[in-house]
Design a protein around this ligand. Structure first.
Ligand code: ATP
Length: 566
């Protein structure tokens, strides 16, 4: 086989005998010898080149050393690797050179020194020469690159202006193009950039309650009984929108579809509370079984109490029950007002829950039989504060409780499934929808902050939109806030120390009455209270979480009665 390969290599493909193969092997040997001789000749030719010429030759670093250094007596094998590589013929010449050097050592010192100086100068010159050559070749390379890039830049007219600014001291690698990049503009989702605009002036844009579509006679009667004859603009817009999403009852969305979530941004005193109380009461008033179907969350006990009071007024002519979970009562008493244990199991005692987030999470975790599986409305009042990081935990617990399946229970009609990707199959499945209603005086327009709420096709109603649109006048906005009518604000620039004195001046000299003064911490509130109380001339009370619920209630009552100045 190997012989066959050799034959092929030599261009002879004929089958051969043993003699023939011997001849071929000899041929091979002959060829190898010739090649070796050629190499030796070449090496000899290289060694015979004069030293001056060797230094001009641009060789790799290691060979520079050989060219620059004269062979010395103390040279170590490591230093003269190249010399070892030379053919043996050179050895004789080397020995001769070594002899010369020993003779050199015996020469007078000055002579030697002079030669050394000459030698170093020579080496320096050689180095400079080599450097010049290197620079020349680099320059050539640069020029070539530049001409190439200039050519391509000429072709591209858009970058022509930038050619002058090119730094010619650098080698250009490849083609380049300098473009001015447009600044990225933030884009709001459609529902935030194009909200439903609501008139701001509540005095001039009142709508008679009979003109608002969708209200049932019972509710109209209750409204009139409570001296509400007209709706404020935000109520006239929001109430019909919520009622429309419940036109097929609370068990199904309109047309069987999941209703849109609703966000309302309107100033303090614009009547937001009634905007969700009225439609919720009307939608749930015909319910058969008592289950928690509406949950209203507020950031503080007092606000929860206030909203609970309004609900209680509007449910009087219905079977609906409202439960307050805000820590006003002991936890056990709240549990008793929430669920009842019967022989058939636990049953809910409330249709509408008004709660603070912390207390609600406590009940979700610790109250046996309490569930949110039938929840239809989730109202988040003071939404900006509620979606603040401090309160974020409640959202996770509420969502978990809403989509929790009763252990061991058979799959019921309208049973709820956690929403996923919208498909034809998920749309055709009947289930009780959960609608989120967000209310705030200063609702954020930052979609990133609203994202955790997972709003479904939301609609925004706002009276704080600062774009001239739909024939509405531009509102008097401060950022995304707007001042309620009849409120004027002033500010007094002062240093920290003079603040209590200025307050005292307003109370004593200008005789301010029924003043609410806000501080940023409860400690600051307590300090200010002690300071003002020590003057004795003004009736002042403290109102913060330092006090018990009873003490706070008492202070609020005195303030309502006008018995407190501050
Ligand atoms: N249609 C109405 N007619 C007469 N009074 C109303 C009407 N709607 C609300 N009010 C009264 O206006 C006052 C302010 O209403 P409400 O507390 O609902 O405002 P709000 O927008 O919720 O304010 P906040 O942002 O402070 O919660 C309340 O005293 C309420 O009774």
């Amino acid at each position: 086989m190997s012989l066959f390969v050799i034959n092929r290599y030599l261009g002879d493909e004929e089958d051969s005998s043993e003699d023939r193969s011997k001849v071929l092997l000899e041929k091979l040997h002959q060829q190898a010898k010739e090649r070796q001789l050629q190499i030796q000749k070449e090496q000899q030719r290289v060694n015979l080149i004069p030293k001056g010429q060797q230094s001009v030759k641009l060789t790799p670093k290691s060979s520079h050393i050989v060219a620059e250094r004269e062979p010395s007596a103390d040279s170590t094998p490591g230093k003269n690797e190249k010399e070892i590589e030379r053919p043996r013929k050179n050895k004789k010449r080397k020995k001769k050179q070594d002899k010369d050097e020993t003779v050199e050592l015996e020469r007078p010192h000055d002579e030697k020194r002079e030669e050394e100086v000459q030698c170093t100068e020579q080496v320096k010159r050689k180095k400079v020469c080599r450097k010049d050559l290197q620079e020349e070749s680099l320059q050539k390379q640069k020029e070539e690159n530049l001409t190439q890039s200039e050519k391509s830049m000429k072709e591209n007219s858009t970058t022509k202006a930038n050619i002058d600014s090119v730094d010619h001291s650098h080698i250009l690698l490849g083609d380049f193009e300098i473009k001015t990049v447009e600044k990225v503009q933030p884009v709001l989702p459609e529902w935030l950039s194009h909200p439903n605009l609501v008139q701001r002036d509540i005095n001039q844009n009142l709508v008679p309650i009979q003109e608002v579509p969708g209200l049932c006679p019972e509710i109209l009667k209750t409204l009139e009984a409570n001296n509400v004859k007209t709706f404020f603009p935000v109520q006239a817009e929001v109430i019909p929108a919520i009622l429309e999403s419940c036109s097929h009852g609370f068990l199904l969305g309109r047309g069987g579809y999941r209703p849109s979530d609703i966000c309302v941004s309107a100033p303090t005193g614009s009547g937001k509370t009634l905007a969700f109380v009225v439609p919720i009461v009307q939608t749930l008033m015909d319910r058969v079984v008592c289950e928690v179907r509406a949950l209203v969350l507020l950031p503080t006990k007092e606000l929860a109490q206030q909203v609970c009071k309004v609900f209680n007024i509007y449910v009087t002519s219905t079977r609906l029950k409202v439960v307050l979970l805000a820590g006003q009562k002991s936890f056990t008493r709240e549990q008793e007002s929430l669920v009842q244990k019967k022989s058939s199991g636990f049953c809910s005692l409330g249709d509408i829950l008004v709660s603070t987030p912390g207390r609600l999470v406590d009940h979700i975790q610790r109250t046996e039989g309490f569930n949110l599986r039938h929840l239809r409305f989730l109202v988040i009042d003071e939404a900006d504060r509620m979606i603040d990081n401090k309160f974020q935990d409640w959202l996770h617990h509420v969502t978990k409780a809403v989509y929790q399946v009763k252990p061991g229970a058979p799959r019921m009609l309208f049973a709820r499934k956690e929403p996923g990707i919208v498909t034809a199959a998920s749309y055709s499945q009947c289930q009780t929808p959960l609608q989120k209603l967000l209310f705030s005086a200063t609702l954020t327009k930052n979609p990133e902050i609203l994202q955790p709420l997972d709003l479904y096709q939301p609609r925004l109603f706002t009276s704080t939109h600062n774009v001239l649109s739909a024939g509405l006048e531009e509102t008097s906005n401060i950022g995304n806030c707007s001042l309620p009518d009849g409120l004027t604000h002033y500010y007094i620039p002062c240093n920290l120390n003079s603040k209590p004195l200025i307050l005292l001046h307003l109370l004593l000299s200008l005789r301010f009455t029924r003043v609410l003064c806000f501080t940023n911490t409860r400690e600051a509130c307590h300090r200010l209270f002690l300071l003002l109380q020590s003057f004795g001339d003004i009736s002042v009370a403290e109102f913060s979480s330092r006090l018990s619920a009873g003490e706070r209630k008492k202070a609020l009552k005195l303030f309502e009665q006008g018995k407190l100045q501050l």
